[in-house]
Design a protein around this ligand. Sequence first.
Ligand SMILES: Cc1ncc(COP(=O)(O)O)c(C=O)c1O
Length: 382
Amino acid sequence: MRVPPASISFSNEDISNITEEISECLRTGALTLGQNGRQFEEEFAALCRVPYAVAVNSGTSALEIILRAIGVQNREVIVPTNTFFATAAAVIHAGGRVRFADCEPGSFALDLGSLRECLNANTAAIIVVHIGGLITPRISEISDVCKQVGVPLIEDAAHAQGSTLGGRPAGSFGVAAAFSFYPTKVMTSCEGGMITTSDEAIYHEALIYRDQGKEGFTTNYHVRLGYNWRMSEPHAIIGRAQLRRLPEFIQRRRRIADVYDRRLSGRREGVRPLTVPRGVRSNYYKYIALLDPAIDRAALKTALRDKFDVGLSGEVYETPCHLQPVFRGYPAGRLLQAERICAEHICLPISARMESEDAEYVVDSLDHAVELMQTANAAVGD
Ligand SMILES: Cc1ncc(COP(=O)(O)O)c(C=O)c1O
């Protein structure tokens, strides 16, 4: 594909360093919960400017561990409906009930008014999701609400490695945050996740939950209903190599976003950029563009793929959680802002491997594809 929706970046130098380090770890037999995992945790905690980080085997397990450490059993957790399945599923796996809240169009994240409406005496926690790498500028207000009612705020920071708001990094706003290192993310460990926290008690609980609920690494004395949520040493080695590249990855993504911004801003119809709120530095996990409701998104994606060899990346998100069949047991009524957000955006291709010319080609292709669709529609209407 001339411009794929996303692309992973491992330089030859990184590949040879990773291979050498993994060989060493195979030779020594230190394959899990070892020195690389600990170093990855330290380095990631430093990125997020928090004292503690716990490496785990996925972003999903990071979320579930945090929820179990906080304790949400038989209580409600407020989840913005515009998120990935795993945010809500983790709540249910941790024994809680999901209360879906609406989202706001400026950042695609949890809507403060809807959050206030969802709060009740049975609320155990609130999750914010940094959609596409954007931290909602309302997060301090959300955090104030949480403090007023004494409910912990959790960040689902799966998308937001290296994103900041007012210079403060994702992963440092709530009592704890969950990151994902799935291959499509801005940095990857193949599979993997990380919990960050400033709360010593949550940190200790997370260490226990991650390793089968054992009281300590060398004991077989189980004090929590944990699971095997450990990160292996080879995964930690890959994650560390990517973390070293994170500033460069983000800079390269920003360069692509700048091209899209320049070409799309000022437009009043068709495809327009989602303006990044003031003070936010996105890592550009996604480049979100707003789409006129008159344009058929599926048809546009097909035209871009088939006629121009351009792959749009997955939406964030296409179907809000409250409309997913699996969450039918958690009725939320209509959450109209989120439904609209989900229906009326696209995500342009972005990666650390793209060049500015690729981004120019994407916008040219987008314009041609929209034009072709409008001409075809006009012909049908004649
Ligand atoms: C918002 C969000 N939360 C959680 C997850 C789960 O992360 P993982 O796939 O590493 O389990 C993802 C993964 O894509 C995500 O996008």
